[in-house]
Design a protein around this ligand. Structure first.
Ligand SMILES: NC(=O)c1ccc[n+]([C@@H]2O[C@H](COP(=O)([O-])OP(=O)(O)OC[C@H]3O[C@@H](n4cnc5c(N)ncnc54)[C@H](OP(=O)(O)O)[C@@H]3O)[C@@H](O)[C@H]2O)c1
Length: 246
């Protein structure tokens, strides 16, 4: 049965790849991002019949309910939620302000939990279909890295929350899982890589027995977790990191 999949961070390389996989499999995707131009270029790649897009800032929680009402009235109830948006900033502990910490938690965690709350309501998602939530975390929640204290805390919080969400939403037939990728080559990480010297780059590559990841590696895992092939899987954190943490 055709699904209607809501994707945050659809303008990121990983979000785009997830959207492409769902469209390839015949599903309809609703794309969220902050930048109309970037969203338009994603629509151009996916085809207008396969998707709808909405400009929305994760921190504008006051407008979340009207946004979902609008989506449902135009495209029908959702079947899956994929939380791919993320805010990442390298900051040594001594430089982290309370405001930054709040922004990190608000953008990565609070907004997605509020989305889960609405998604789990049958006004917005279709209780007649198998429903799923998949949130993109990071291996940063268990592989320590200087400068990633706030990011690690936020990504770890998503996983902790997903365990209780999985238990709480199972009676409504909603599965909740997370994915923790290692270093995936995206526009964002390529910019970071460009700031590294040769020695640091060599060290990075040496940490990954199967090499660095691609957005498609994450998209394939994410598709699996929202498909019926994983109908008995909930509360899982799927680590995909080419052997980095083994
Ligand atoms: N790349 C990696 O190696 C890696 C590893 C582990 C986990 N991850 C996670 O995978 C996800 C995608 O990463 P990426 O590297 O492909 O992309 P990215 O460059 O980190 O993109 C971030 C995405 O989040 C959206 N976003 C950020 N702040 C937002 C806000 N306030 N409101 C709405 N949207 C917001 C951005 O949308 P705009 O277009 O509006 O900026 C963009 O689509 C993130 O959650 C990231 O933490 C990535």
């Amino acid at each position: 049965m055709k699904k209607t999949v809501l994707i945050t961070g659809a303008t990121s390389d990983i979000g785009l790849s997830i959207a492409q996989k769902h469209v390839y499999e015949g599903n309809f995707v609703v794309l969220l991002g902050r930048d109309e131009e970037k969203l338009q270029s994603v629509v151009g790649l996916l085809g207008e019949d396969s998707c709808a897009h909405y400009v929305w800032d994760l921190n504008a929680l006051y407008s979340l309910k009207p946004l979902l009402k609008d989506i449902v009235s135009k495209h029908g109830k959702l079947t899956d939620l994929i939380c791919a948006a993320g805010y990442h900033k390298v900051q040594p502990l001594k430089l982290i302000s309370n405001e930054e910490l709040m922004l990190m938690m608000q953008t990565n965690v609070h907004s997605h939990l509020m989305l889960c709350q609405l998604f789990s309501n049958s006004l917005y998602s279709n209780k007649m279909q198998n429903r799923s939530v998949t949130m993109i975390s990071s291996i940063a929640h268990f592989v320590g890295e200087p400068g990633l204290v706030a990011y690690s805390a936020a990504k770890g919080a998503l996983i902790s929350a997903s365990k209780s969400l999985a238990r709480e939403l199972a009676p409504r037939n909603i599965r909740v899982n997370t994915i923790s990728p290692g270093w995936v080559e995206t526009k964002h990480t390529k910019d970071v890589a460009n700031t590294l010297g040769n020695a640091a780059l060599e060290k990075l590559h040496s940490l990954y027995p199967l090499g660095l990841g691609t957005p498609k590696d994450v998209a394939d895992a994410c598709y699996f977790l929202s498909s019926d092939a994983s109908r008995w899987i909930t509360g899982l954190d799927l680590v995909i990191d080419g052997g980095r943490s083994v």
